[in-house]
Design a protein around this ligand. Structure first.
Ligand code: AMP
Ligand code: ZN
Ligand code: ZN
Length: 427
């Protein structure tokens, strides 16, 4: 027994002297966790009205707002998805970005129609999105969906098959939009990008969710199923925040929506063929507004029927669209434009059925069109609810957070955020 004790003592002594000779390993946390610079993440939750935050199903978004700021942001006109997403990343209103609607025509491209699948840079190159500015400045970017983020902005697409694109700038990493990729997968893709070594890790990332908008259209903004969609996206935001914390990645998060959502009904439809004679016009878009061109030679007949007062619909020549909409100078805005009262929808014919219970595209000042805004992170002071501002201010804020030089000639600026930005805590 005594010999065993001696042996143990000897072994301990050897161990102790060995420990004394070799410096103790650094604590794991210090040895393996790199001090990461903050990443800027711009998140869009399509069709998320700011009052959805008050439904008791958004613990993660509410927590972000409580450590930063929130606001009811004004979308740009028209309050549709593609125009507003392009405005959010360019700081220019739709009239100046060239993305003036979800569906458009251009006289330089006769017979062609832009829709939400169009990725020809021709349509997208009137304005520069913030990821292009960043890439040009040597700042790596990645987009987990965003309208236009699959476009080589500034490039030229060959007219002949296989329509190769020459030139232009895309985010270093981008994904072709696919509605089947669920929220969890989108968040995981962002987290995977951020797990990369610093040399190939993005410093600016976008993330886009569509399900709140889809539910809002199908069920209406007040429906429990829309609230459920809000809760699901909030859970994905929670997954993002926890994932970032887990890898020690600080992030300045800017969470926005492109527009809100208003209740619609089959009882509130406006058949455009009852307003004007279909022989006089060619319809470009009929939704919460209608855009039209006159059949050549029928201008006077169309104006006579269109430009008089109508119930729940106001029509203008494009040059007469009220200045507050900042809309109508772009050649892509069709010659005639009619806007429905909020909650009313224009349909092609009286027999058309309209199953949607919600829509957007209305007056951008309508309270129902207000859009979510939350910003939180090391560069943002906790300051509660900000006064409302126009969504053209988001791109200048994001540029500040990324550390890009101040852009000039934009429709928006960062003055709304002066009191809340902690300089040098972005990039
Ligand atoms: P809206 O018709 O204005 O309600 O547009 C919303 C829809 O746009 C979403 O439900 C998506 O299906 C679609 N969408 C969003 N992002 C993209 C994209 N990058 N490419 C194609 N479609 C998109
Ligand atoms: Zn939208
Ligand atoms: Zn929508």
């Amino acid at each position: 027994m005594a010999s065993i004790r001696l042996l143990l003592a000897a072994l301990l002594a050897v161990g102790a002297s060995a420990c004394a000779a070799v410096p103790p390993p650094a604590p794991l946390a210090q040895a393996s966790v790199e001090a990461r610079a903050p990443v800027t993440i711009l998140v869009s939750i399509d069709g998320f009205r700011p009052d959805y935050l008050d439904r008791g199903v958004t613990p993660n978004l509410t927590a972000l707002a409580s450590t930063g700021v929130r606001a009811a942001m004004r979308p740009s006109f028209p309050s549709k998805t593609f125009p507003n997403h392009w405005t959010l990343v360019t700081g220019l209103r739709p009239d100046r970005t060239g993305i003036v609607a979800n569906k458009m025509e251009d006289s330089q491209r006769p017979g062609e129609v832009f829709d939400m699948q169009t990725d020809d840079p021709f349509w997208w190159s009137e304005a520069e999105p913030v990821w292009v500015t960043a890439e040009k400045a040597g700042i790596r970017t990645a987009t987990m969906f965003w309208p236009g983020s699959n476009v080589a902005v500034g490039g030229i697409r060959a007219k002949e098959w296989p329509n190769d694109i020459t030139g232009g700038t895309r985010p270093e990493d981008w994904q072709q939009f696919n509605i089947q990729v669920n929220g969890t997968q989108r968040v995981n893709a962002v987290l995977d990008w951020l797990r990369r070594p610093a040399s190939i890790r993005p410093q600016f990332v976008t993330l886009y969710f569509d399900t709140v908008d889809t539910a809002g259209h199908h069920f209406g903004p007040g429906d429990a199923r829309t609230t459920a969609a809000v809760g699901e996206v909030d859970a994905a935001i929670g997954q993002l925040v926890r994932g970032l914390a887990g890898m020690g990645q600080p992030a300045n998060l800017v969470v926005v929506a492109d527009h809100g959502m208003a209740e619609t009904s089959q009882d509130r439809t406006i058949p455009i063929d009852r307003i004007a004679d279909p022989a006089d016009y060619r319809l470009i878009e009929a939704t919460t507004y209608v855009s039209l061109a006159a059949v050549p030679g029928h201008e006077a007949a169309l104006e006579a029927s269109l430009l008089k007062p109508h119930d729940h619909l106001t029509c203008w020549r494009k040059a007469d669209i009220p200045a507050r909409f900042h809309y109508g100078t772009n050649p892509r805005v069709p010659p005639y434009f009619c806007l429905a009262d909020t909650g009313w929808v224009v349909v092609k014919t009286a027999s058309a059925r309209m199953s949607d219970r919600g829509n957007h595209g209305y007056d951008n000042m309508a309270p129902e069109m207000a859009a979510l805004f939350i910003a939180s992170g090391p560069a943002i002071r906790a300051a509660g609810t900000l006064p409302s501002f126009d969504n053209v201010d988001v791109a200048p804020l994001v540029s500040d957070l990324i550390g890009l030089p101040r852009a000039t000639g934009l429709d928006g600026d960062d003055t709304s955020f002066q009191g809340i930005l902690i300089r040098n805590r972005g990039k």
